[in-house]
Design a protein around this ligand. Structure first.
Ligand code: AMP
Length: 213
C-alpha cells in the first residue's frame, strides 16, 4: 500500500509516518529528511538548498522528484509513506508517473487537518533525537527526565534551523499557495481522506489505521 501524508508543517506527518513504519513495515520517504541529510553530509546539492530551506521556501521540483525517483528505484517492501512529498501539482503528477512506471498505485492521501494556531506552538517546541530522529515536543511529549531518547537511548537532541516563527510563516504560506491545491487534486481522484490532526498522537494513529484497513 502506498500513501501520502498531506498537511501543513507541524501537522504531525513525520510522527505518524514513523508509527506506520514501526507498525506496518512501510517505508517512510521524507524529502525534508533527505534534504537535511544532504546538507549534513555537505553534498553540492545540500549546499545549494540550505538557504532556501532555512527561509522556509520550497526547493525546486526537479531536486525533490530526483530524490524520490532514486528511492523508488530501490524497491518497495510493504509500501511507501510519502511524507512532505508531493508539495506541488508538478510533483504530484511526477509521482503518479513514477508509480505507474513501476506498475504501482497510490492507495490513499491522508490530509492531517489542524488549526494554524497550534502549529506555531507545536513547531517552536519541537526537537528530535540526533541519533534516531524520534520527535519530541516540550509541551506534549517532552524529552524523558533522564535525558535519554525513549526509542534509542540517544542523548543528543536537535532543533531544526527552520523551526522558527519567521521561517514557519514562510512555510505556511508555501503550504497554502503551492501545496493545498493538492487537496482538490486528490479529492478529484477519489483518494483523499481526512483525519483530525489535533488529537493525541495515539488517537490520530488509530484514526489513520481505521482509514487504511
Ligand atoms: P519538511 O521536513 O517536510 O518540513 O521539509 C523541510 C523543508 O525542506 C521545506 O520547508 C522545504 O524547504 C524543503 N522540502 C521538503 N520537501 C519538499 C518538497 N516536496 N518540495 C519542495 N521543498 C521541499
Amino acid at each position: 500500500m502506498n500513501i501520502i501524508l498531506l498537511g501543513p508543517p507541524g501537522a504531525g506527518k513525520g510522527t505518524q509516518a514513523r508509527l506506520l513504519t514501526d507498525q506496518r513495515g512501510m517505508v517512510q520517504l521524507s524529502t525534508g529528511d533527505m534534504l537535511r541529510a544532504a546538507q549534513s553530509s555537505g553534498t553540492e546539492m545540500g549546499k545549494r538548498v540550505a538557504d532556501v530551506m532555512a527561509r522556509g521556501d520550497l526547493v525546486t521540483d526537479e531536486i525533490v522528484i530526483g530524490l524520490i525517483r532514486e528511492q523508488l528505484e530501490q524497491g518497495t517492501g510493504s509500501g511507501f509513506i510519502f511524507d512532505g512529498f508531493p508539495r506541488t501539482l508538478a510533483q504530484a503528477d511526477a509521482l503518479g508517473d513514477l508509480l505507474a512506471q513501476m506498475g504501482q498505485d497510490l492507495h490513499a492521501v491522508i490530509e492531517m487537518q489542524v488549526d494554524d494556531d497550534v502549529l506555531v506552538s507545536r513547531i517552536t517546541a519541537r526537537s528530535t533525537c540526533g541519533s534516531c530522529g524520534e520527535v519530541y515536543n516540550d509541551l506534549t511529549k517532552p524529552i524523558p527526565a533522564d535525558g535519554k531518547c525513549s526509542n534509542c537511548g540517544g542523548t543528543e537532541f536537535k532543533r531544526r534551523a527552520d523551526d522558527t516563527e519567521e521561517a514557519l510563516r514562510t512555510r505556511l504560506m508555501a503550504y497554502y499557495k503551492q501545496t493545498s491545491p493538492l487537496i482538490g487534486y486528490y479529492h478529484a481522484k477519489g483518494l483523499l481522506k481526512g483525519v483530525d490532526g489535533l488529537g493525541e498522537i495515539d488517537q490520530v494513529a488509530r484514526d489513520i489505521a481505521v482509514l487504511l484497513d
